[in-house]
Design a protein around this ligand. Structure first.
Ligand SMILES: [Zn+2]
Length: 334
């Protein structure tokens, strides 16, 4: 697995960056891959080579705006004990705080402000899990509701995200109306930082919960829903489009780092079905009521139990079944 970390370099590379742009323009125009052709531009050949490789094969790109400096693995020295990265050709030293669990640095890209460090992480063996926790992701109220059918425990996470989205959406509309665009951009950035931070915390809590309970994580496969044209226009879709997607990505990669399996199930009926008797019930706001068995539950918790239960239907087709012993879940009935 490859993860990318971003750190500020605090240097002025404007000269190198403008040279990089010239190299990229040359590559795009001539499709040349030879660094001898661009030697007169004066960029280090190791960096030129990376840029030539990237831009000479671009077919659709017509105009180049920003070109990053790209340093391959051979041009990077890394001392994992001292937590120091050294790039000799730029005389750049960086100290890093991100986890030391990588086997090598694949590449570093540098722009005006940041270094994007792509590290290779050796895959951890999948844990032998003995069941599933269902995770229901939402755009209203709590962004994630987790249910563990074997204990009946429910965890509700990230309530403030919805309020942050609403608050910032109002602020954005107001600023747009006033035409204060630079302030609008600042507000947007601040909102993304807060949501990102919450998504990190929520995904961490979900993955830790799964690991502690020795369970695989079950998520809804929403690829079909995300492409739904009707939803694209709605306010809810605006939430879906990045913060929702980001949270899912965080869960998946953090799970992978700890060897916690993640399973995707089809989302049909997960919110309408009663998690106790399997009949279709009534959902009103955040309350779920089943007329058939009288079960009453928080709607998202009911959905999360359904999500976990659905994984058992496909469990025999997944690797988890082969690796772990599956024990039928005990349902907690209200
Ligand atoms: Zn029921």
């Amino acid at each position: 697995m490859i993860l990318t970390y971003k750190i500020k370099h605090g240097m002025d590379f404007s000269d190198e960056l403008s040279k990089a742009k010239l190299v990229a323009e040359h590559a795009l125009k001539t499709k040349s891959r030879s660094s001898a052709d661009v030697a007169d531009i004066g960029l280090k050949s190791m960096i030129s080579n990376q840029i030539l490789k990237k831009y000479s094969s671009q077919k659709k790109l017509k105009r180049i705006s920003n070109v990053n400096l790209a340093i391959p693995n051979q041009g990077i020295k890394c001392d994992q004990i001292a937590r120091e990265i050294y790039i000799p050709c730029l005389n750049l030293r960086l100290n890093y705080l991100f986890p030391n669990n990588f086997s090598k640095i694949n590449q570093i890209e540098i722009n005006k402000e940041y270094c994007m460090i792509a590290v290779h992480i050796v895959d951890v063996d999948c844990l032998k899990t003995d069941g599933f926790i269902g995770v229901d992701l939402n755009t209203t109220e709590h962004i994630a509701v987790v249910a563990n059918p074997s204990t009946g425990k429910v965890k509700k996470l990230g309530k403030k995200c919805y309020h942050i989205h609403k608050k910032y959406s109002r602020m954005r509309k107001h600023l747009q109306h006033l035409g204060k665009f630079s302030k609008l951009k600042r507000i947007k950035n601040r909102e993304s930082r807060i949501i990102r931070d919450t998504n990190h915390k929520v995904s961490r809590a979900i993955v830790n919960f799964a690991k502690q309970n020795n369970k695989a994580i079950v998520l809804e496969d929403l690829t079909g829903i995300r492409n739904n044209k009707k939803q694209k226009k709605s306010f809810k879709y605006a939430l879906h489009s990045w913060s929702f997607y980001q949270l899912r990505q965080f869960i998946v990669y953090k799970a992978k780092l700890l060897g916690v399996p993640v399973i995707f199930i089809q989302p049909q009926y997960t919110s309408q079905m009663c998690s106790r008797c399997g009949e279709i019930g009534n959902r009103q706001g955040k309350t779920f009521k089943c007329q058939h068995c009288g079960h009453v539950d928080h709607a998202d918790a009911n959905a999360a139990f359904n999500i976990a239960a659905k994984a058992w239907l496909i469990a025999d087709k997944t690797e988890i079944a082969a690796k772990g012993t599956l024990i039928s879940p005990k349902r907690k009935c209200a």
